[in-house]
Design a protein around this ligand. Sequence first.
Ligand code: SF4
Length: 65
Amino acid sequence: MKRALRVDWPACHARGVCHELLPEVVDLDEWGYPIVGGEVTPELLGLAREAVRMCPRLALRIVET
Ligand code: SF4
């Protein structure tokens, strides 16, 4: 089982907190919107959960793929 981050695009307001917490997985485009790329490995799961908690728009979630 693999995990990844998903963004609720209508809710996301490009604040970039997710990128600050998890640059290994989240890049930002030129407007500051997240580009979610890599897998959330077990080592990154704690930070990914923090990013979900800290997102000011509650626009992030972790999904199993
Ligand atoms: S922290 Fe939330 S609102 Fe900010 S860019 Fe990431 S997903 Fe969007």
